[in-house]
Design a binder for this molecule. Structure first.
Ligand code: MRU
Length: 344
């Protein structure tokens, strides 16, 4: 059994027949799991953000394909292939920005395209492997990123790039976990409006691990940097283009601009599955827009309202504002110089 562990709570739990998804919409007050035996339900759990965070979305999608094959596969006819293809399309349509989703679907497609002997065992194994390798990658990145923080005392993170967002351990929070064991002193987390991944998820995850964390309103970041105590900002990513431009949670770009103004360094931590080598720059990244009602007070959310809202949930930070990109295959310093081709 593979589990994605935050203390005794698991963001994704795979039993071999069922995918249990921790409903992150109701954390930290309520710990509730939804159980899925069909890919359509997994797609819905991604779309509705019960499971979120680029690597966790990819892992959930891989298990979704495994469930689809388990449900539809038949050795005596080819009809199952059409049903699995439809399920894969549902999974692909669930959210647009995190490339890990499409990366995982591609790996599962390659299994389907291969020799179909023991197909059910194979799809299960590959999905479990995607999950297990993500956890390993996070641990490697945690150590590599912590080496860059040897002299750092104070860091800030944005959104939730922790165990809840990945196979386990976390990308940005993996680095913070490793650095904390080596003497990192103070961790600030931005609330991350409108969905409050920082206030609800990062704060909870770090507190579960006994790591003290200070929450700030997103709009307090400039003043925090002006105070001169922040050494690094550490974030995850949803998609990184070959030139080092990074799509991540809305607000990352403004933190990057502020960091440059105040001489604060910016670290992006992401596995290779988050790098889209087919994109030459961040200009080609589709940035998800979510329902304006996530921002609007209820009294403004009716059709004839004079108050509307613009709710992009990701932005792109140009490589020129990034100090280091940390992957499981190594660290690229100043990615604007040569992009990420050295990792290929
Ligand atoms: O909308 P979300 O919560 O799925 O967005 C998550 C992020 O932007 C994370 O920073 C990113 O996926 C990296 S998670 C390791």
């Amino acid at each position: 059994m593979i589990k994605n562990e935050v203390e005794k709570v698991y963001a994704l739990e795979w039993t071999g027949d069922v995918l249990k998804v921790l409903d992150q919409r109701v954390l930290p007050e309520t710990i509730r799991y939804d159980e899925y035996k069909e890919a359509g339900g997994v797609a819905e759990s991604i779309r509705t953000m019960r499971v979120r965070g680029a690597p966790a979305i990819g892992i959930a999608a891989a298990y979704g394909v495994a469930l689809s094959v388990m449900q539809h596969y038949s050795s005596s006819s080819d009809d199952w292939q059409q049903k699995v293809a439809e399920d894969m399309q549902r999974l692909a349509d669930s959210r647009p920005t995190a490339v890990n989703l499409f990366w995982a679907l591609q790996l599962m497609q390659e299994v389907l395209d291969g020799n179909s002997e023991n197909l059910i065992d194979k799809v299960r194994q590959v999905a479990e492997q995607i999950h297990a390798e993500d956890i390993k990658a996070n641990q490697v990145m945690g150590a590599l990123g912590a080496e860059l923080l040897v002299d750092a005392k104070t860091v800030m993170t944005h959104c939730n790039a922790g165990a809840l967002a990945t196979g386990g351990y976390g990308t940005a929070l993996g680095v913070i976990r490793s650095a904390y064991q080596r003497g990192l002193d103070t961790v600030y987390a931005g609330e991350t409006r409108p969905w409050l991944q920082g206030a609800r998820l990062t704060a909870w995850e770090l507190a579960q691990d006994g790591i003290p964390v200070t929450l700030i309103a997103d709009s307090a970041a400039a003043w925090l940097m002006q105070s001169g105590t922040l050494d690094w900002i550490i974030v995850g990513a949803d998609r990184i283009a070959a030139n080092g431009d990074v799509a991540n949670k809305i607000g990352t770009y403004s933190l990057a601009v502020l960091a440059k103004q105040h001489g604060v360094k910016l670290m992006v931590v992401a596995p290779l599955s988050t790098i889209d080598f087919e994109l030459t720059s961040g200009a080609g990244i589709i940035l998800e827009q979510r329902n304006p009602n996530e921002l609007l007070a209820e009294c403004y959310s009716h059709e004839d309202s004079l108050v509307s809202a613009w709710n992009p949930v990701f932005d792109v930070t140009p490589a020129s504002l990034i100090t280091a990109i940390v992957t499981e295959k190594g660290v690229v310093m100043n990615p604007a110089d040569k992009g990420l081709r050295s990792l290929m």
